[in-house]
Design a protein around this ligand. Sequence first.
Ligand SMILES: NC(=O)c1ccc[n+]([C@@H]2O[C@H](COP(=O)([O-])OP(=O)(O)OC[C@H]3O[C@@H](n4cnc5c(N)ncnc54)[C@H](O)[C@@H]3O)[C@@H](O)[C@H]2O)c1
Length: 347
Amino acid sequence: MAPLPSPGSAMTVLVTGGAGFIGSHTCADLLDHGHDVVIVDDHSNSSPGALRALREVTRRELAAYRADLRDDRALGEVFARHPIDAVIHFAAKKVVPESVRIPLEYYSVNVGGTVSLLRVMREHAVRRLVFSSSCSVYGDQFGHPITEDEPPGPVNPYARSKLVCEQVLADACASDGGLSVIALRYFNPVGAHPSGGLGEEPRGAPRALMPCITQVAAGLAAELLVFGGDSPTPDGTAIRDYVHVMDVAGAHRVALAHIDEQPGLRVRNIGTGAGTSVLQMVAAFRDACGVHVPYVITPRRSGDVASLVADASRAGREWGWRASRGLAEMCRDAWRFRLLHPKGYKG
Ligand SMILES: NC(=O)c1ccc[n+]([C@@H]2O[C@H](COP(=O)([O-])OP(=O)(O)OC[C@H]3O[C@@H](n4cnc5c(N)ncnc54)[C@H](O)[C@@H]3O)[C@@H](O)[C@H]2O)c1
């Protein structure tokens, strides 16, 4: 395996799920910093329109393949065609209530996809991987910012599938001393590319808070459904650590720059350290964008937890990574994307 190009010089990065929300923003960040990008995505939760938007926003070319990650043969052909230096693995299913309903599909895509990827990486001697993990692996046991040392306690199939992936990655590293993996446990990525050209545009009805807020603000839905008003939090609604998606995107580039420092699996939190309730986010959106979002409180969803806030100081100490964008910027950028794409990406 060739040594990793020094930070600042170009790498070719395979990005699974690169047409999705966090993947597309990370590709934009990588392309803007001179790296080359190869995307594999089956578009089960994204549109090919995101790839066109990515080319427009960055004015860069990129290679993109439509394939299911679990198809070893298709994946192998992509590795054979490109000189891949490193992989960032986003492709997964991520909707908590859906994971309670169809857990086997979650284990198949999330765990099975990761196993396929590791197998093909080994065949092609690619041994640098940044993995999308999730704060949900911590569960619901914290009244304080969570460090990476807290024992995991996932409470739904989605979160368990992410924890199983981390365990698979640890085992793969233990059996191959040359493999370096960084699992980034994101808290709650929101916002959009500052150009408004890229944003969060899942297939079907949005389920995450910010796209639901912008839908209501745009008049595409009558009111925001707030799931649970009786949580053990000051205003009764769930508290999350929202982090701008461009800060999250940059964390991947920074992780890649440090990946060769240590073989094995490292786990790092990616968040801001600040908790915001659903009602506080609705107020922040009104203040930042000047749009009132009517809401109605409904019962809590199965699998949801009351509060999750990061202690992300380790990524700061070790890599100098810190989230720099605040709530107002998250709201304004998400709103700009919605105004420019009232019907989402086309195609
Ligand atoms: N968005 C969040 O709040 C959040 C928080 C923590 C962790 N994560 C993790 O980050 C990653 C990216 O999340 P996102 O919000 O960008 O999700 P997303 O759904 O927007 O992106 C995932 C992409 O993967 C693709 N994909 C899914 N299954 C695939 C398969 N079998 N083969 C190929 N492509 C496939 C989808 O089409 C989509 O483009 C996921 O692993 C998710 O679990 C997300």
